[in-house]
Design a protein around this ligand. Structure first.
Ligand code: SF4
Length: 571
């Protein structure tokens, strides 16, 4: 369960090593450790010195729900910061079944040859030539790879965007329920990093013998695991809510509270007619057409099941699943209120292999700059075609993300932090999220700390938001070492954390308590911030785009957290 493979893409040498689980790091923390210790922070992210790290979580292979996530890490070609992007899907769990903790992809090939990293059914690791797959999108490549290596293989693949090293390129991972590469490690252009290594795909054939994690103390582990399941089942969000509508339930909450972005974060509120078209129930109705459904588990063993499958009229899957971020940013933020369009846009991005958040923001910037009409769906589809074909300067810029598009159009309202597009929460009515975007070690990333469900806080008041977000970012970083963020919404209490600590002690035989768990979160953020500092980032870089400080939204609010307070947040 603890093998590490280092794959040198120049020499094609593959070295096997053993992972020391006593360091108590997984997923994001583990990628941060390797990147911060082994990658020169000032290196060219698309050059030979950068590394692409794939890591599973602390409890991977234990059977604790949602601990099969897979993290990709490296220096981001988009933000130039350290980066970790994680996915559900089947690949993380399959890595664990092969007994593999981590892959470190190093250096670059000397020629233009493309490669496939293959883990065969007997867990042998090899590099095979994969130039035949070059030029195909992520879905077609996956289909071809499954034909060759077996339909039950789990696959991590880049589309044409990754091959071209576009800065918003994603790594697509096969979904557990459909087998299609519908799950995206989207943020930060890690698909471009994978492309720079000449690696088109990683194929994990279904493992013949399952390398179970050797549980040290079964009673203790089972006690912790059982409590974790109970906490998740008893929470109204993780026990019921997420299975009904997934993250699409956020549409109603954010529309009511003027948080959903409209027309490139204009601060406007959507009207009742628009709300009706875009509300969560409208999505639920669309999802269940043609045999689609909600309540889908994206990875094996997830009991929360927040994903969905949306089909076309022929009953074929278009996407699995549509997330709130994609729907809000390609939707109201582009003046579009039509779920048929939104699932189509999601599929186009997944096939080409780009981050829907950055690309949708780039489209909204294009509209805001007057290049397209708000709500013009046909024009958006044409623009995405130009992106895929690389047939116009604007199309290429869209594939390079929000910042590149803003720069090309010389537009002054560009919603990015450290070059990465904002997620679908306007920070003027969710000030904590503004703190998150600005202070996150990885550019504007909502997953590193999400304040929206915190009760008893006036989210429009800038006071106290920095402390609030510090208190959220640390446990979130811990969660990012362990399991899916949605599971953690039910587990961020002292009692639930004790259950997690118990399951770790039982599984690994390593002393653990709530303090030690929190230390994992602190260590992770510390490694990331130190890397960024050496890369040249300063606390003063932790700011939002100027227009959020100046333009009032429909509720009369601007982003009001002081820049000095933000700069002092992690000093
Ligand atoms: S909660 Fe949702 S995103 Fe997380 S593992 Fe389960 S289905 Fe996937």
């Amino acid at each position: 369960m603890n093998k590490i493979y280092r794959i040198n893409m120049r020499s094609k040498e593959i070295k096997e090593d053993m992972f020391d689980s006593s360091m108590l790091l997984g997923n994001r923390g583990l990628t941060a450790k390797i990147v911060s210790e082994e990658v020169n922070p000032t290196c060219d992210p698309l050059g030979s010195g950068n590394k692409l790290v794939l890591a599973t979580g602390i409890l991977a292979g234990s059977g604790v729900t949602t601990t099969g996530r897979l993290s990709f890490g490296g220096k981001s070609p988009l933000t130039n910061t350290i980066k970790e992007s994680n996915v559900g899907g089947s690949a993380g769990a399959e890595m664990a079944k092969h007994g593999i903790k981590m892959f470190v992809i190093e250096d670059q090939p000397e020629t233009d040859t493309w490669y496939i990293l293959r883990i065969d059914e007997n867990s042998n690791v090899s590099l095979e030539e994969g130039t035949d797959y070059q030029g195909f999108n992520s879905y077609k490549t996956t289909e071809m790879l499954k034909e060759k290596y077996g339909s039950k293989s789990s696959i991590c693949v880049i589309g044409k965007a990754g091959e071209r090293k576009l800065l918003s390129a994603s790594i697509q991972v096969t979904d557990n329920s459909t087998g299609h590469p519908a799950r995206a490690a989207g943020r930060g252009g890690l698909g471009a990093l994978m492309g720079s290594k000449g690696l088109k795909a990683i194929v994990l054939e279904k493992a013949k013998s399952r390398n179970k994690l050797e549980i040290v103390d079964k009673d203790k582990f089972n006690e912790g695991k059982k409590s974790i399941i109970n906490f998740i089942k008893e929470s109204p969000i993780t026990g019921v809510g997420l299975a009904l509508l997934g993250t699409m339930a956020y549409v109603d909450v954010t529309a009511e509270s003027n948080i959903i972005p409209v027309n490139n974060f204009s601060g406007k509120m959507i009207n009742d007619e628009q709300k009706e078209k875009i509300c969560a129930n409208a999505f639920a109705d669309r999802a269940k057409m043609h045999g689609g459904r909600s309540g889908v588990a994206c990875q094996p063993g997830c009991i929360i099941r927040c994903s969905n499958i949306v089909n076309n009229e022929q009953g074929e899957m278009i996407t699995s699943g549509l997330e709130y971020e994609t729907a809000a940013l390609f939707g109201p933020n582009c003046g579009i209120y039509d779920y048929d369009f939104l699932v189509e846009a999601d599929r186009i991005c997944d096939e080409f292999g780009v981050d829907t958040i950055d690309v949708a923001n780039a489209v909204a910037v294009t509209m805001d700059a007057g290049e397209l009409e708000w709500g013009d769906k046909e024009a958006v589809l044409d623009l995405l075609k130009e992106m895929i074909e690389g047939s116009s300067e604007l199309g290429v810029a869209i594939g390079n993300g929000t910042a590149a598009t803003g720069e090309l159009l010389k537009h002054n309202r560009v919603p990015v932090c450290k070059n990465q597009g904002l997620a679908a929460y306007d920070p003027r009515n969710l000030q904590g999220m503004g703190v998150q975007y600005a202070s996150c070690t990885q550019g504007a990333d909502h997953t590193g700390g999400h304040p929206m469900t915190v009760e008893g806080v006036d989210h429009t008041n800038p006071e106290g938001q920095v402390d609030l977000m510090k208190n959220i970012q640390v446990p979130t970083a811990l969660c990012d070492n362990l399991m899916c963020l949605f599971a953690f919404t039910a587990l961020a209490t002292p009692e639930a954390l004790e259950a997690i600590a118990k399951s770790i002690e039982g599984a690994l035989g390593i002393e653990c308590d709530v303090d030690r768990l929190m230390q994992i979160g602190v260590e992770t953020i510390k490694m990331e911030r130190e890397f960024n500092e050496k890369a040249g980032f300063r606390p003063e870089d932790d700011v939002l785009p100027e227009f959020f400080y100046k333009e009032k939204n429909a509720s009369g609010n601007v982003f009001g957290v002081k820049k000095e307070e933000l700069a002092a947040m992690w000093k």
